[in-house]
Design a protein around this ligand. Structure first.
Ligand code: AMP
Ligand code: GLY
Length: 428
């Protein structure tokens, strides 16, 4: 079976590695920059922009790829799935129209409201800065300010946290009024990712990501500094009832997408805020999370190539997908100055990560040496029977790297988990 993986980050390295566990699978890769981890397992690599749809289609043809797995959101928004499918390549990833669940925040909220899908926060959509500003001035509580389109996970501003009312008004002016304003939710966030074949949804273990740059959740938002999951595939601040509600919300989305003529196929990523009133939807993504893909794919014990076939054929079922009952902790190394003024070109030396797994992200390999680029560099995933065991494996591997990089030492620690549980108790 020949599969083309589109994208070159840590997430796509995890996808490629999981796929390569099947020795019958031949992997091909299109990525903007050469990821040394993917390059080492792919049969052939094409260095090209992931949104250059005609290049990707041509490479799929040249390699005889029958399937494609789309990692990032930008090519989905560029309609890569529509083009690949028209050329006879079956895709794990939604069409451009179905990907609007992620790429158009107004579409997502309107779909939820119109079809009465649970978990939708109070929201208002604006296309005019003056109207949005009047609303902000007159609104009593705190708001989440969200540009309507894609922002690489860095576009949302939260009143009462990152900005005040005046800051919200200035931000709305800056983004020219194309904005969704939502009630500010309070609680603990979690990620629920699922395989979807258009009708059937098969959930993966819950994960918690850490968006803030520094320990103790301080500093600016990033693409995600690291994440963890628990051996029971849930999280200690999520009850069975919360979990079932989150699954029901995601299933409703799949049903509504099919009914409205844009069936959803690929990976559906639900980002939830677990509040005093149960889980609310922060957003949906039309792809795996990065880093969250690394947690779940390290645990996947089924054959990902088989899952790819089933997603594209519409024959997915829960019985064919299983994950090891272990904890995972993922820690990303980032260059000094990340995310505001990252340094690049610094030499890194990496020791054998065992027992942790190393996933390559944004690094340059030159003459057998690794150098930082301006984004997240390398990720280490530890696994274990307990969270502590997984955390220690990831921490040991991450701190053994020398160079001008840093990581969050607190991710996956018992201390942080205890805080999360206490926060949830306080809210309830
Ligand atoms: P997003 O880009 O939608 O993933 O949002 C980035 C971050 O903003 C999320 O991880 C949340 O921490 C926060 N956020 C988004 N929407 C809300 C909301 N309605 N209430 C509180 N926080 C939010
Ligand atoms: N880790 C969050 C995301 O991939 O969007």
């Amino acid at each position: 079976m020949k599969i083309l993986v589109v994208g070159g980050g840590g997430r796509e390295h995890a996808i490629a590695r999981a796929m390569s566990r099947n020795s019958e699978t031949a992997l091909f890769s299109v990525m903007a920059k050469k990821n040394p981890g993917i390059a080492a397992i792919a049969r052939k690599v094409c260095i090209a922009s992931e949104t250059d749809v005609s290049r990707v289609v041509a490479f799929a043809h040249e390699t005889g790829s029958e399937y494609a797995f789309i990692g990032p959101e930008a090519p989905l928004e560029a309609g890569i799935v529509d083009h690949l499918e028209a050329a006879g390549v079956a895709c794990v990833g939604p069409t451009r129209a179905a990907a609007r669940l992620e790429t158009d925040k107004a579409f997502c909220r309107e779909l939820m409201a119109e079809h009465r899908i649970a978990g939708c926060p109070a929201y208002r959509i604006f296309h005019d800065a003056a109207e949005a500003i009047t609303f902000i001035r007159e609104h009593e509580g705190d708001l989440a300010v969200k540009p309507i389109g894609l922002t690489g996970g860095k576009g949302v501003r939260i009143m009462g946290d990152q900005i005040d009312r005046a800051g919200a008004i200035a931000y709305v002016k800056q983004i020219k009024g194309e904005v969704v304003l939502e009630e500010r939710l309070r609680g603990e966030e979690f990620t629920l990712q699922a395989f979807v074949d258009g009708k059937t949804l098969v959930p993966m273990p819950l994960v918690q990501d850490h968006k803030r740059a520094f320990e103790g959740d301080a500093g600016p938002n990033t693409g995600g500094m690291g994440s963890y999951s628990m051996p029971d595939h849930s999280l200690p601040f999520v009850t069975t009832g919360d979990y079932e509600q989150a699954i029901a919300i995601m299933k409703s989305v799949v049903v509504v997408m099919a009914r409205t003529g844009t069936p959803y196929k690929g990976i559906l990523y639900g980002q939830f805020m677990n509040t005093a009133d149960g889980p609310k939807v922060i957003e949906f993504n039309a792809r795996f999370g990065d880093p969250e893909a690394m947690n779940v794919l390290t645990l996947l014990s089924s054959d990902l190539s088989d899952i790819v076939t089933r997603i594209t054929e519409g024959s997915l079922s829960r019985g064919q997908v299983s994950f090891k009952r272990e904890a995972t902790v993922c820690k990303y190394l980032v260059p000094a100055g990340y995310p505001d003024s990252p340094r690049k070109g610094d030499l890194l030396t990496v020791k054998d990560p065992a027992p942790a797994t190393l996933y390559y992200a944004n690094v340059e390999e030159r003459d057998g040496q690794l150098y930082t680029l301006s984004s997240r560099t390398l990720a280490f995933v530890g696994t274990g029977k307990t969270l502590d065991e997984a955390e220690q494996a990831a921490e040991t591997a991450a701190s053994a790297v020398t160079g001008k990089v840093r990581h969050r030492r607190d991710i996956g620690t018992q201390a942080l988990l205890t805080q999360r549980i206490a926060h949830m108790k306080e809210l309830r």
